[in-house]
Design a protein around this ligand. Structure first.
Ligand code: NAP
Ligand code: GDD
Length: 344
């Protein structure tokens, strides 16, 4: 019998890559989509299967992490072997503006899903494994390099909520002897990255500037350092974490950090532009408390899971720039209007 997985956050960057990976492995994939007045499924349109197709292996359900009844219903319908909890209000800066919603979806949302799973397992006797999408943001101000033993020092409502979700997961693992694992993933990016995260904001601007659609790029702190990897590599780590013989917590990272400034250098120089001619600093993008330096030590995942990232920093930046240069060229052909970059 082939396996079945349930993914919250299937419409997000990671959800789309994870769905592709699991479908390629023969899984039936159930995904939670939240209701929106406009389509929010662009990242999974290429793998979407119409409900009228018999034997389809990608099945979408309306639900929301803030609504336990819906989560419970989906779990009982989907009967997954593995749950990947990727759904979240995942933007750090936005979490300062919407802290309560962030806590509700990220922290309490995880608790809701864990509790549904606990009841489901108790009532059915089924075996279900749970992956919790933890974040390097949880380390926050802790001195780099960070590993699985580094104490958390969260610096935003988002990070505090992820720490709470992490400990809910650990507590449910220990209290009810459930297979629940936390992935502590450092930043991972791709051409599908949300456009308000710094890497994609930069590569979108590079494409648009090259196409004559944008003049300026407004950014915040250029000195922040991140351990940036490719999302396609990181969903493989998620899957391996759930295939491990026992539940545990793992870091996924490249072990290499770069500043936002270095990202700018790499991205603009790839198309022979000098970023200093286009970038302006706007305090709008500063955070009340910043995370200065994240650098992960992925030794445990390498040793115990045999996982290592395949894509280098340069390959990642170039992949994103190339994709956004193509996208901007299409935009230019359809509507050659300049965008207001400050709105992003
Ligand atoms: P993303 O692109 O922002 O996707 C987030 C997903 O969560 C989207 O599908 C979104 O739906 C969904 N979602 C938001 N609120 C929800 C709610 N109330 N109920 C149900 N679904 C909801 O994030 P990502 O980059 O793929 O990251 C996946 C997960 O890993 C997140 O939990 C994130 O916090 C965590 N993480 C990410 C990174 C990273 O560098 N990418 C690193 C560490 C941890 P819509 O499409 O409708 O908005
Ligand atoms: N978004 C954004 N926009 N960030 C900027 C900007 C800007 O204009 N200018 C500078 N930055 C800096 C931020 O201050 C931060 O230090 C760094 O760029 C990275 O910001 P983001 O790309 O927004 O990512 P993040 O590191 O805060 O959070 C992402 O990674 C986490 C893992 O460490 C998100 O994906 C989180 O969901 C994830 O958990």
């Amino acid at each position: 019998m082939s396996k079945s997985a349930l993914i919250t956050g299937i419409t997000g960057q990671d959800g789309s890559y994870l769905s592709e990976l699991l479908l390629a492995k023969g899984y039936t994939v159930h995904g939670i989509v939240r209701r929106s007045s406009s389509f929010n499924t662009a990242r999974i349109n290429h793998i979407y299967e119409d409900p009228h197709v018999s034997g389809r292996r990608l099945i979408l359900h309306y639900a929301d992490l803030t609504d336990s009844t819906g989560l419970r219903r989906v779990l009982e319908t989907a009967l997954p072997d593995e749950i990947y909890n990727l759904g979240a209000q995942s933007h750090v800066k936005v979490s300062f503006e919407n802290p309560e919603y962030t806590a509700d979806s990220v922290a309490v949302g995880t608790l809701r899903l864990l509790d549904c799973m606990r009841d489901h397992i108790e009532h059915t006797g089924r075996e279900v494994r749970f992956y919790q999408a933890g974040s390097s943001e949880m380390f926050g101000a802790a001195k780099p390099p960070q590993n699985e033993l580094t104490p958390f020092y969260p610096r935003s409502p988002y990070a505090v909520s992820k720490v709470a979700a992490h400990w809910y997961a650990v507590n449910y693992r220990e209290a009810y002897k459930l297979f629940i694992s936390n992935g502590l993933l450092f930043n991972h990016e791709s051409p599908r990255r949300g456009e308000t995260f710094v890497t994609r904001k930069i590569t979108r601007a590079v494409g648009r500037i090259k196409a004559g659609l944008q003049d300026k790029l407004f950014l915040g702190n250029l000195d922040a350092r991140r351990d940036w990897g490719f999302a396609g590599d990181y969903v493989e780590a998620m899957w391996r974490i759930l295939q491990h013989s026992e539940p545990d917590d793992f870091i996924a990272a490249t072990g290499e950090a770069h500043s936002v400034r270095e990202f700018l250098d790499e991205a603009f120089s790839h198309v022979n532009l000098d970023w200093q001619e286009y970038v302006e600093i706007d305090p709008l993008y500063f955070r009340p408390t910043e995370v200065d330096y994240l650098l992960g030590d992925p030794s445990k995942a390498r040793t115990k899971l045999g996982w290592r990232p395949k894509t280098t920093f340069r390959e990642l930046v170039q992949m994103m720039v190339d994709s956004d240069v193509r996208l901007a060229e299409e935009e230019r052909l359809i509507s050659p209007k300049k965008v207001v970059a400050a709105a992003r």
